[in-house]
Write a protein that binds this ligand. Structure first.
Ligand code: GAP
Length: 458
């Protein structure tokens, strides 16, 4: 079953994954807060990415750079002058639109205006009388440029010299530290630097639940290699990234690749692929993988006056490395994982269950401890909970009937339920129920932790 965005939103709220931001004040549009299960899932996703791309990857090391960077950074990269969207306001309903999005929407994606000059976009919208998708009217302001950088002031003065930006990507903190990291970690090119952190973009048209927001988290790798080898590495990281998506449980039919044609490549890129996922509104960008040449290092070298070249110890050659960048949004991946894991399963003639068939590794809670009858087995169950909490993420649930508690555990993707019943009090055995098969086995408490440890690794 394909869930609508509203259904996914309701599911996420109901079980404590995601809430509307600032809800008690009427909300703040397009901000989302992550509840107990949401934060656990996010952490598991980030931990897995970090493990696969950084801590257990001999090619790469990690960094955690500042959100606030010297503003010159963004002059060097072109973000101050060029990180802009073409904006049109509907004069009737005041809705704000990106001109290229208006065209893409009206033509159902057949016309891609990305990269057109503003006059051409304006003419197309007028000629084809593209109405406001919000109110149906046709009365727009001319296209204006809108910079997506989040600007704020640093310190106590209000002069323009105190202007500072929240980073729109984590990548630049990596480039600024390329030399620091290379020297102190003694890594040799080719090697990569990974980072996970918040980024901010003043998006004109955020939306689609957590897909496009103004505050989001990125998991980015900048992989530095010798010029001339970059297209081989680009291929390598593209496949590596696809393998990661298989590991987190996305279905192959939910994923499509879009290789940017040469004429659509950013001026600094010689190859770019977007990994698209089949969201409820259709295929859209999940992960951007780009070969960025030496653009960033070259610009920072120019603007900072610091030599950022790498001296190859074997050949004694000095050069600016080229860069491959797989850049992934945490929230977009989280949404994709929920979409591909959530199902309504018919379990008998009159019963269905909501099941989050998420990988065991990512499941926010690994084991639910459930007394069959709280009054009789509550105390023993708490002792079992204590035994398990040493090794796993465990929940304890004694409210409502056991069937409903199993359903809740299934709906949030808990791989195992451990039930304590009358027999437990007599012989120290419990039942262990597996989420997907619903099969139950009886096991001694002395073997429980080891059994679950092995099962959770499968
Ligand atoms: N350093 C390159 C870079 O930032 P990007 O394609 O602009 O490239 C990378 O962003 C990824 O970050 C996207 O593929 C997406 O997963 C995520 N992302 C970008 N903007 C986002 C937004 N407004 N809300 C949520 N995720 C976003």
């Amino acid at each position: 079953m394909k869930y609508t965005l509203d259904q996914l939103n309701a599911y996420a709220k109901r079980y404590g994954f995601i809430y509307q931001g600032s809800e008690i004040y009427g909300g703040l549009a397009n901000t989302w807060d992550y509840g107990p299960l949401g934060v656990a899932l996010k952490k598991n996703i980030k931990n897995l990415w970090w493990e696969v791309f950084v801590s257990k990857n001999p090619n790469n090391v990690g960094i955690d750079s500042s959100i606030l960077l010297n503003p010159k950074t963004w002059e060097a990269t072109g973000h101050v002058s060029g990180f802009k969207d073409p904006l049109m306001d509907c004069k009737i309903c005041k809705a704000r639109h990106r001109a290229d999005n208006l065209i893409a929407r009206a033509t159902k994606g057949a016309v891609d205006a990305d990269g057109w000059d503003y006059q051409t976009m304006q003419d197309y919208i007028t000629e084809h009388k593209i109405n406001c998708p919000n109110c149906g009217g046709f009365d727009y302001t001319p296209i204006r440029e809108f910079n997506m950088m989040f600007k704020t002031k640093q310190g106590v003065t209000t002069e323009s010299t105190s202007d500072i930006y929240l980073r729109p990507e984590t990548a630049q903190g990596i480039f600024l530290n390329f030399k620091n990291v290379q020297r102190t970690s003694r890594m040799k090119v080719p090697f990569g630097i990974g980072q996970i952190g918040k980024s901010f973009r003043n998006e004109i048209t955020p939306g689609n639940f957590i897909f496009r927001t103004r505050e989001f988290e990125q998991m980015e790798l900048e992989f530095f290699c010798k010029p001339g080898t970059e297209l081989e590495w680009f291929k390598y990281w593209k496949q590596f990234s696809l393998d990661f998506l298989t590991k987190v449980g996305l279905k192959s039919e939910s994923i499509k690749l879009y290789d940017h044609p040469e004429e659509k490549l950013s001026f600094y890129s010689n190859a770019t692929t977007d990994v698209l996922f089949n969201y409820p509104w259709g295929f859209d960008e999940l992960w951007g993988i780009a070969s960025r040449t030496d653009f960033d290092l070259r610009r920072h070298q120019e603007y900072s006056g610091h030599d950022l070249e790498y001296l190859d110890p074997q050949t004694n050659e000095s050069y600016l490395p080229f860069v491959i960048e797989p850049a992934l949004g945490v929230e977009r991946l989280l949404l994709a994982i929920i979409i591909d894991s959530l199902e309504e399963e018919q379990i008998n003639e009159n019963e269905t269950r909501t099941l989050l068939r998420i990988s065991k590794e990512l499941a926010p809670i690994k084991i639910a401890v459930l007394p069959l009858v709280k009054k009789y087995q509550g105390e023993k169950s708490k002792a079992v909970y204590q035994q398990l909490i040493e090794d796993f993420e465990v929940s304890y649930d004694d409210s409502g009937n056991i069937g409903r508690r199993y359903r809740r555990a299934d709906a949030i993707g808990t791989p195992y339920c451990v039930t304590i019943d009358q027999q437990t009090l007599e012989d120290d055995t419990v039942t262990v129920r597996e989420r997907d098969s619903m099969l139950q086995i009886r096991l001694s408490l002395t073997k429980l932790n080891e059994y679950l440890r092995l099962e959770l690794k499968k």
